[in-house]
Design a protein. Structure first.
Length: 264
């Protein structure tokens, strides 16, 4: 199944309108396509939000009674003279119709605004991608260019209010290129640059004491793979155009090394 077909059938899947074969094909596609899976999660969240917060207006009893009377009179006139349908005698019907149209338009605008506003996680991913783009420009990858972790780590001293873990993974095939200061999530962070053959990996690190440990989670943004995890009060964001398997290997090697060195 192509992503275009997947997006066209997501709403039907959420509403339970697909047959078993189509639902099975779409479910299988979602299991192997992170972008479509994310879009499906957003659609489900929207459905829940509309069900929970959607505003419904019930006509007052007096208005309902007047509408019933008006409809009864219109029915009598229609039977007596089918060609004489005096809709002008039904002002409340037109008013109710106008209110319904206005409510529908307002709901459509609200839903459009809801879908157009990125979540906090999406905004953070956008910041990471933008920073990664900037780092690939000439002379932007490292403020301190060195493959020696004992040179890079002390360089951050006095520039940040925390000490980022810096390890050299050259033996694992990920040599350290250097480090730099960056600004992510409205605060200064450490950015560590590594290489894997011709691929650049940027690892962003900052403290998040409020968060507990979290295993690696993968997202895809603008063709880049982003891997993020939390450990020992530190938040990590890894980005590269490298394949997922090698990114996961980097995370395992990095975590094993900081555990070995007793780093946070």
């Amino acid at each position: 199944m192509e992503c275009t077909e997947s997006h066209s059938k997501m709403s039907a899947l959420v509403d339970g309108e697909l047959d078993a074969v189509a639902a099975g094909r779409l479910t299988q596609h979602l299991a192997h396509c992170p972008d479509c899976a994310k879009a499906f999660e957003q659609l489900q969240a929207l459905r829940v939000a509309v069900s929970k917060h959607g505003v419904r207006h019930v006509a007052p009893a007096a208005l309902q009674q007047r509408l019933r009377q008006a409809l009864q009179e219109a029915t009598k006139e229609s039977k007596a003279s089918p060609r004489r349908r005096k809709w002008a005698q039904l002002p409340w019907a037109w008013i109710n119709f106008g209110v319904a149209c206005a409510s529908t338009a307002a709901l459509a605008v609200t839903l459009a605004l809801y879908l157009s506003v990125p979540s906090a996680a999406e905004r953070l991913d956008q910041e990471i991608v933008a920073s990664h783009f900037r780092s690939l420009m000439p002379d932007h990858l490292a403020d301190v260019a060195s493959s020696d972790q004992h040179t890079v780590k002390p360089w951050f001293s006095g520039k940040l209010d925390f000490s980022p873990p810096v390890v050299d993974l050259a033996r694992a095939g990920f040599p350290l290129v250097g480090g730099r200061l960056d600004y992510i999530k409205q605060r200064p962070v450490a950015a560590l640059a590594y290489r894997r053959h011709q691929h650049v990996l940027n690892l962003y690190v900052w403290p998040e004491q409020a968060k507990g440990d979290a295993p690696p989670r993968l997202t895809v943004k603008q063709g880049y793979h982003l891997l993020h995890w939390s450990r020992s009060g530190m938040e990590y964001r890894l980005i590269s155009d490298l394949n997922v398997a090698e990114l996961m290997d980097f995370e395992r090697q990095f975590t094993a090394q900081i555990d070995k060195d007793g780093l946070p």
